[in-house]
Design a protein around this ligand. Structure first.
Ligand code: FE
Length: 193
């Protein structure tokens, strides 16, 4: 049953990847992907995601719905637990891994996550050695990158973050769901800047 949920999600992920040059240009689709066991871990953002009706999208309904369907089986990350980021962020920010540590699949060349933020949340400035792309699947958010003006991104839009380039994200009236890819630097977690 759980396997079916992950297989469906992987299938939708692969389909979007194959249709999206921005993702392929960031990292060729891995050839070494293997399934692995997930130890589910729940956080409050999971229920917020499941009940959110504002994740509007056209091209990505299949992948959006597959990420939501797998939410209750996922290991939700608590990257910022124990930092001074604040309880509201910890209660409402959501991220789980699809490919990589804690995810349902492994690869040596690509980590893939989903990030969810409800309306009216600010993800403060942070950085990491990993090169990263955010690809918006549903809803919208304002993206901030060190050295660039802020931009509102919607489904099909992407934000690239170079190694150690500080970045942040803000939702206003809408929630956002984004696919996040890392192509290196897997060993080091993000830190607030
Ligand atoms: Fe990042």
């Amino acid at each position: 049953m759980t396997t079916d949920v992950w297989d469906r999600l992987f299938s939708e992920f692969s389909r979007v990847y194959a249709a999206t040059p921005q993702l392929q240009d960031f990292c060729p689709f891995p050839t070494d992907i293997k399934p692995q066991n997930v130890v589910a871990h729940d956080i409050p953002a999971r229920a917020l995601l499941e009940s959110d009706r504002g994740l509007t999208t056209r091209a990505y309904t299949g992948l959006r719905d597959a990420f939501v369907a797998a939410a209750r089986h996922a290991l939700w990350r608590e990257t910022y637990k124990g930092t001074d980021i604040g309880q509201d962020f910890l209660d409402r920010f959501g991220c789980y891994c699809l490919i990589g540590s804690g995810g349902a699949f492994s690869s040596e060349s690509l980590f893939a996550y989903v990030v969810y933020m409800p309306p009216g949340l600010h993800y403060p400035w942070h950085d990491h050695p990993a090169e990263e792309i955010y690809f918006v699947l549903a809803g919208e958010a304002e993206f901030h990158r060190q050295g660039h003006p802020s931009r509102v991104l919607r489904p099909g839009d992407a934000s690239f973050h170079a190694s150690s380039q500080s970045h942040a994200m803000t939702t206003h009236d809408h929630p956002v769901m984004a696919l996040v890819l890392w192509r290196d630097g897997f060993a080091t977690s993000p830190k607030l800047t």
